[in-house]
Design a protein around this ligand. Structure first.
Ligand code: ADP
Ligand code: TRP
Length: 311
């Protein structure tokens, strides 16, 4: 069985764009591979410096993934910070790669352009991500298009290490979500928490209702395209055609139909999420952390021997 690893940023409440674009297409896939889901809390530290918020986000991201259908008995779920080998291996890799290599990273350049403080951690972000991937002899890394270059970095770093010290790390492959549905937000632009145009995934019914009722509609057409473009990601065109025909000119009715269809998907997941306690999450992470640590430690033994620190 091939091994899959992906990192989950504990970055706050998910929206239905995250769900339809990133979570839903992968929930089934996690069962076809030996899957590892890592909560990238040390990556999050490059942008989130509020301990109360970080703690909450870590608990929430695990709850979110389990609520949408990831089975913690089948997939290994753990926290990056619980396995020290990640930061240790980052240091070893740091001694092999150059500043100019990292300066080419798009994500870093984007953040720099947005005026985010250029910490050493932000700069070194791709190296920590390479360590995450390479420590577990990962075959496949499912990521969004924006992370493709980081997986290429992991391959390059593996190559550099293998050339310097002998064959040690497996070459991982990214698996980019093709045809990723770009879910539009309430203003018709791509739904994103940075645009404030989201429909929350685990919001209350009232919150979802408020977001959908706030979808911007123009008064020119017979059916509201901003409503329809979200709706068609939940139901087929043939199912929607009669609904929109009956609601012609009545935008409110179309929005109500969308609310009902979102609720049909989200309702059961929200209920499941509410049933997962902090203690449940901590138990999942404790179990996963132990397993991940054992695997990583085995790999590090080989690495330490190869580089010559194990005397
Ligand atoms: P945001 O843009 O809200 O900050 P993130 O960058 O945290 O979202 O995205 C997390 C994951 O969800 C990414 O893999 C991304 O591809 C996916 N995603 C985010 N927004 C959308 C969207 N509007 N449509 C489809 N997928 C999305
Ligand atoms: N950088 C990834 C993101 O922002 C998260 C991540 C951290 C990751 N480590 C990883 C993804 C390892 C895949 C594999 O989405």
């Amino acid at each position: 069985m091939q091994r899959l690893l992906t990192g989950l940023q504990p970055s706050g409440a998910l929206h239905i764009g995250n769900y339809l674009g990133a979570l839903k297409p992968f929930v089934g896939m996690y069962e076809e591979y030996e899957s590892i889901l890592m909560v990238a809390d040390y990556h999050a530290l490059t942008t989130l410096k509020d301990p109360v918020q970080l703690r909450q986000n870590i608990l929430d991201v695990v709850r979110d993934y389990v609520a949408v259908g990831v089975d913690p008995k089948k997939a290994l779920i753990f926290q990056q910070s619980e396995v020290q080998a990640h930061t240790e291996l980052t240091w070893i890799f740091n001694t092999l790669i150059t500043m100019s290599f990292l300066e080419l990273a798009h994500a870093y350049k984007d953040k720099e352009a947005r005026g985010i403080e250029r910490t050493v951690g932000l700069f070194d972000y791709p190296v920590l991500m390479a360590a995450d991937i390479l420590l577990y002899d990962t075959d496949v890394v499912p990521v969004g298009q924006d992370q493709k270059q980081h997986v290429e970095y992991a391959r390059e770093i593996a190559g550099k290490f293998n050339t310097a010290y002998g064959e040690t790390f497996k070459m991982p492959k990214e698996q980019i979500r093709k045809d990723e549905a770009s879910v539009p937000g309430t203003d018709g632009k791509k739904m994103s928490k940075s645009y404030g145009n989201t429909i929350p995934l685990f919001g209350t019914y009232e919150e979802i209702q408020k977001a959908v009722m706030g979808i911007i509609t123009d008064s020119s057409g017979e059916s509201p395209s901003n409503v329809y473009n979200i709706h068609r990601l939940l139901k087929s065109e043939s199912e929607l055609a009669p609904v929109y025909k009956a609601n012609k000119g009545n935008y409110k009715a179309s929005k109500e139909a969308l609310i009902a269809d979102i609720e049909a998907v989200v309702g059961p997941m929200r209920e499941k999420r509410a049933s997962i306690t902090d203690a449940d999450v901590k138990a999942i992470l404790k179990d996963g952390g132990g397993k991940a640590r054992a695997r990583a430690e085995k790999k590090m033994l080989d690495v330490r021997k190869k580089i010559g620190v194990k005397i």
